[in-house]
Structure formats: structure tokens, C-alpha cells
Design a protein around this ligand. Structure first.
Ligand SMILES: *[C@@H]1O[C@H](CO)[C@@H](O)[C@H](O)[C@H]1NC(C)=O
Ligand SMILES: *[C@@H]1O[C@H](CO)[C@@H](O)[C@H](O)[C@H]1NC(C)=O
Ligand SMILES: *[C@@H]1O[C@H](CO)[C@@H](O)[C@H](O)[C@H]1NC(C)=O
Ligand SMILES: *[C@@H]1O[C@H](CO)[C@@H](O)[C@H](O)[C@H]1NC(C)=O
Length: 577
């Protein structure tokens, strides 16, 4: 007997549930079959058993279908659908007439925001520069990923060079890796051009700020390059496990470095553990918070923009809110979330996925679960959602907002409501002239660097999606403002439920937002008070206390010279053994 399933386009949609339980015919087919047996007279006793089985099977299957009709599928999970526009249109009259504001930007912090003076290094010149005897050894790394992943690679490279007593060659940027790794979402994929270290960072400053600890050179010496036919890619590449410990570097990499004089590690993102001995951790701090400074092109433009933003924020004492939005087309496509624009949206985003990531999204084992993504708070927040959230939290409509973002997906539909709620909204495009932006236009990392700087100096920083950009900024702001820098981290899985509820009132929504703000404040004030040695967090997010340069131990460290430094490391590691 034929148990193969025949596809009938008319029945497939309604019988999905049937089919899942029993991989047999559709009910219609089986009935015709049974009738055939009866009326053509080909009826044998031995078929009786088979027939009764078939009958029962048919009964169960059809009853199943009947049940489906009587009990329609359950309503969508709370938070699985995008209804924010609908909700906005419904609540807008109430939002508009609500001009009570809870947040006073010029009086936000109980703590005074003050940059601590760095204590000068007492004996900076008391030591003799160690005379370099013997051959230098070199560390060559390629920093892959976007702006901030590169940043962590550079800092880790400084730490590893210090650990291995190697000279660091200015890291090379391997941008193309972004495409190979789908976890990395490019900032602005459409404009993806390569960059050199000096395009993003001030190379001279980097070299000179590290000179007492790690020697950094622009290029390998000629005689060494000669042996590799003047091509870095001829240097054998050392593959290192992710989050390798300091111990691993000393045991596995150090001997090779002694032997070959040069070690190349590519890619170098996430190749060093977060928890490393304090002396090495200090190098990482030094690199991130002192040595890495954006190039003068970026810094000068950023200063101009920050000053203009302050000028636009005079009603709040020059203080403004920055919002990091991740609602560019590629990010939306990558998230696999649905924003309720039906077929047009789907085909557009499918095309973006195909262009950006090729077959990655077409693999059959890849599960698309846009509803669950939303429920779990993984969908990029739309500008309209950000606006309602901030108004609900008590930011009044005259709050100056700087929006850090690439080109917003469907700007007309998604950005306009935010502008309506916050007319003082600014972006780098509205603050700088096209001529001023021309030098960096089209370069994703440079544009991101500019946004980074403007967010760094804002009074409040609002994150809307995880990732390296907010992570590094939060840490950098904590470092600059001595632990007290206000960041709003929305509870997105709570938000999606509220945004889907089109019967919610503005007052209820506001109450929810106020408690969300209180919760976010509570979390961001807390500085983990775990013992230094057991801390899991990274110094990029939580710079204190490890990166407190003005503290006694750190100023001691900052006065140390290379040789001393190295000897102390060795002693540290012998204790570890
Ligand atoms: C709120 O704004 C409306 C119109 O914009 C105005 O009539 C009203 O007086 C304002 N209320 C307060 C408390 O400022
Ligand atoms: C560190 O490297 C330099 C060469 O760059 C060498 O002269 C010095 O002896 C090394 N120090 C130690 C402690 O190995
Ligand atoms: C360098 O080039 C020479 C000749 O072109 C070749 O014989 C040699 O193998 C190359 N060396 C390396 C390390 O690629
Ligand atoms: C929607 O909001 C109303 C009013 O606040 C509330 O009674 C209802 O339970 C909410 N529905 C859901 C699904 O959360």
C-alpha cells in the first residue's frame, strides 16, 4: 500500500497539524481509496485488518483536523509582534499634551562629574633607558572586526607584547573578516573600505605613550622582512585558542618567539583572557584609556560637533542625551526580525541578507524565529520605540538628543515619529556640513569613531542593542567620569510586551518606564565589588578599580621601566606555577 505523501497545494496549509502527527496521506485521499475498495468488489479478508487500521488512522487524523478548526491556534506570544507604530499613533495625543518632565538634565547626578587629575609620575626620569642588548623580537597581529573589536585587539596586543617582552608592530586591520563572521555586524556595510591604523588612531601618540612599557614600531626591520620576501603574509601564522591565558602565551608562544624572533597572530580578536595578572592588565588599561586616541582628523571634527551639540543644548546647561541606535538596514536584516511591513519588507530584507551574507541565511538548518527574537528582546529597537521610551521615562520634548547611527532603515517611516517627539534631535549630518564630513564620509569606522566621541561627552548615554560600541563607551565613560556616567539600558524583553499592547494607557506605560529607568540607574551605579583576582568582567566595560591610574599602585606601575617590569612579571608567574 502506498504510504507516500502526495503534495496537494490546497490541503497543505490546513493539514499542517495533521501531517505533523502522522506522516500519511491527507484525509481526502484516504477516503477515496477506501471507497474504491468497497465498490469495485476487490474485497478480501486479508485486507480487513489493513482497512480497519486505515479507518482508525483516518479517524484520528480527521478528528485532529476538526479539533484544529474548533480550537484555533493560540494567540501570538506577548511581545512577539511589532505594534509600536500603532501604539504611537494611538498614544500621541496624550504624549503631546503631557508636558510634565521628571528628568532635569543639568541636575542629573548626585555625584559631581569631575575628571581626576592624574598624579605625575614621580621618578619618570630617574631610570636609565635600558640599553637594548641582543636581538629584538617582534609581535605582528591583525586586528579583525569593526571599530571596537579592533580596539580590544590592539589593547590585547599591547598586553601580549609586554608579557612576552616583544616589540609590537603597529597592528594591521583585517576588515574583510567582518564578512566571514556573521556574528559581527558591520556598522555600515554598504560603505566598507579598508583603513590603516593611522586613519583611525593617532600613531605617534600611541607609540610615545607606550614607550616606557612596550616598544612599538611602524614596520619590521628590513633584514627581517627580507627573509620573508617583504610580505607579511609569508610569516607563518600562529593560531591561538580564543581567550588564551597569560600562562599559555608564556608556555606556547614565548619559546617560538625566542627561536624565530617573530610571531604573527591573525586574526587576533579575543585572543587574550579577560583575567590576567595585574601588571599585564595595567598595560591593557594604558592602551585603551591613554594610548589610543583617534586621529586628528576625527578628533578635530568630533570637537566641532560636540561644541555645536553643546550649543544646541543651552536650555539644559549644555548637556545632552546620546542614543546609540542600531536600526540600519543591514542590522535589521541580520536580526531576522519582522517590523510589520509585510511582503515588501520581507523581500527587501531577504535581498539584503543575500547580498550581505550570501548563503549563510539560506542554510536549511538555520531557524528563523522572528517572534522569539522579539520576545527575547533581541530585535533592534526602532526610533519610534526609543522616543516613546524616553518620553515615558520623563525626558521632555525639549531634551537635546544626539542620535549615533548609520543610515536608518526606512527613515521616513521610522525616524519621523522620533523627531516629532524630540524636535531637538541632532545627528552628525545635521551638525556638520557635507564638506566637513567629506573626509570621513563612506568610511564606516571613521563615522563610528565620530559618533563614539559625541556619545562619550554626553550627559546620558542610551543603548538600544548590545555589542561592542556601547560596551566600550560605557567603560570609557565610567573611566572618564570616575565611575559615574549615566547609561540607560532598556529592559527590552519587558519593553516588547508593552509595545505590543495597543490597549495600554499612556499613564500605565509611563509608570512602567519610570520603574525601568530606576532599575537601569540602580544597575549602572553598581560597580562590581568582587576581588580583583576573581573578577570576570572586562576592563573595557568596568575599568575601575584596575585602571585607576592615580592610585598608589598604578602610579608606581606607571613609573616602572621595562626591565623591572619584566622581572616582576616573571616573579608573578613563578608564583602561579
Ligand atoms: C503643557 O502644554 C500645553 C500646550 O502645549 C499648555 O497649554 C499647558 O499650559 C502646559 N502645561 C504645563 C504644566 O506646562
Ligand atoms: C627583553 O628584550 C630585549 C630585546 O628587545 C632584551 O635585550 C632583554 O634582555 C629582554 N629582557 C628580558 C628580561 O628577557
Ligand atoms: C622568496 O622568493 C624566493 C624566490 O622568488 C623563493 O625561492 C623563496 O622560497 C621565497 N621565500 C619565502 C619565504 O616565501
Ligand atoms: C494590556 O494593558 C492593559 C491595560 O494596562 C492590561 O489590562 C492588559 O492585561 C495588558 N495586556 C497584556 C497582554 O499585557
Amino acid at each position: 500500500m502506498a504510504l507516500t505523501y502526495t503534495t496537494d497545494p490546497t490541503t497543505t496549509t490546513t493539514t499542517t497539524r495533521c501531517r505533523r502527527r502522522l506522516h500519511l496521506h491527507s484525509c481526502k485521499h484516504r477516503h477515496q481509496w477506501v471507497l474504491c475498495f468497497f465498490f469495485t468488489g476487490i474485497f478480501h479478508k486479508r485486507y480487513l485488518f489493513v482497512l480497519s487500521i486505515l479507518y482508525i488512522v483516518g479517524l484520528i487524523t480527521c478528528a485532529g483536523r476538526l479539533l484544529t478548526i474548533l480550537h484555533p491556534p493560540p494567540p501570538p506570544l506577548p511581545g512577539s509582534l511589532y505594534r509600536s507604530h500603532e501604539l504611537f499613533l494611538k498614544l500621541w495625543p496624550e504624549i503631546q499634551s503631557d508636558n510634565a518632565s521628571n528628568v532635569e538634565l543639568d541636575n542629573l547626578w548626585r555625584y559631581r562629574r569631575k575628571l581626576k587629575e592624574q598624579r605625575p609620575c614621580l621618578n619618570a626620569n630617574a631610570y636609565q633607558e635600558p640599553v637594548s642588548s641582543g636581538l629584538q623580537r617582534y609581535l605582528v597581529v591583525e586586528a579583525n572586526g569593526g571599530l571596537n573589536q579592533q580596539r580590544s585587539s590592539i589593547c590585547n596586543a599591547v598586553a601580549v607584547a609586554g608579557l612576552l617582552n616583544a616589540t609590537l608592530v603597529i597592528p594591521r586591520f583585517d576588515l574583510h573578516n567582518v564578512w566571514k563572521d556573521p556574528r559581527q555586524v558591520p556598522y555600515l556595510s554598504r560603505h566598507f573600505f579598508s583603513a590603516e591604523f593611522a586613519d583611525i588612531y593617532d600613531e605617534d601618540h600611541f607609540i610615545s605613550s607606550l614607550k616606557d612599557f612596550v616598544t612599538v614600531v611602524r614596520d619590521l626591520p628590513k633584514e627581517l622582512m627580507e627573509s620573508y620576501n617583504f610580505s607579511i603574509s609569508n610569516i607563518p601564522n600562529f593560531r591561538i585558542q580564543a581567550w588564551a591565558s597569560a600562562r599559555y602565551y608564556l608556555d606556547e608562544v614565548y619559546p617560538i618567539l625566542q627561536e624565530t624572533r617573530i610571531v604573527r597572530i591573525s586574526p587576533f580578536a579575543n585572543r587574550l583572557a579577560t583575567s590576567i595578572p595585574p601588571h599585564i592588565q595595567f598595560l591593557r588599561c594604558l592602551a585603551n584609556y591613554k594610548a589610543l586616541r583617534f586621529s586628528s582628523t576625527i578628533t578635530n571634527l568630533a570637537k566641532t560637533i560636540v561644541n555645536r551639540m553643546i550649543g544646541k543644548s543651552l536650555n539644559s546647561g549644555g548637556k545632552y542625551v546620546s542614543v546609540h541606535l542600531r536600526f540600519e538596514e543591514d542590522m535589521v536584516a541580520f536580526s531576522c526580525c519582522i517590523y510589520d511591513e509585510g511582503e515588501t519588507e520581507k523581500s527587501e530584507l531577504d535581498a539584503t541578507r543575500k547580498n550581505g551574507w550570501g548563503k549563510k541565511f539560506m542554510q536549511t538548518n538555520r531557524i528563523f524565529a522572528p517572534d522569539l527574537n522579539r520576545v527575547n528582546g533581541r530585535c533592534p529597537m526602532t526610533p519610534v520605540e526609543v522616543g516613546m521610551m524616553l518620553r515615558g521615562m520623563g525626558f521632555s520634548n525639549d531634551t537635546p538628543i544626539y542620535l549615533a547611527s548609520g543610515k536608518i532603515y526606512k527613515e521616513e517611516r521610522f525616524l519621523e515619529p522620533l523627531r516629532t517627539m524630540f524636535p531637538l534631535l541632532q545627528t552628525k549630518e545635521s551638525l556638520a556640513t557635507p564638506d566637513e564630513l567629506a573626509a570621513i564620509q563612506g568610511f564606516s569606522s571613521r563615522l563610528a569613531a565620530l559618533d563614539y566621541m559625541v556619545c562619550l561627552f554626553s550627559e546620558v548615554f542610551v543603548t538600544t542593542q548590545g555589542g561592542n560600541f556601547p560596551h566600550f563607551l560605557m567603560g570609557h565613560r565610567r573611566f572618564l567620569y570616575n565611575g559615574h556616567a549615566k547609561t540607560i539600558m532598556p529592559d527590552k524583553s519587558k519593553l516588547v510586551v508593552l509595545f505590543q499592547n495597543t490597549s495600554i494607557s499612556w499613564d500605565t506605560f509611563k509608570d512602567e518606564m519610570e520603574s525601568m529607568l530606576a532599575e537601569s540607574d540602580r544597575k549602572s551605579i553598581m560597580v562590581p565589588r568582587v576581588k580583583k583576582s576573581t573578577r570576570k568582567g572586562s576592563i573595557y566595560l568596568n575599568p575601575l578599580p584596575e585602571c585607576r591610574f592615580e592610585s598608589e599602585s598604578a602610579s608606581l606601575a606607571s613609573c616602572m621601566r621595562k626591565v623591572e617590569w619584566y622581572l616582576r612579571n616573571i616573579a608573578d608567574f613563578q608564583k602561579l606555577r
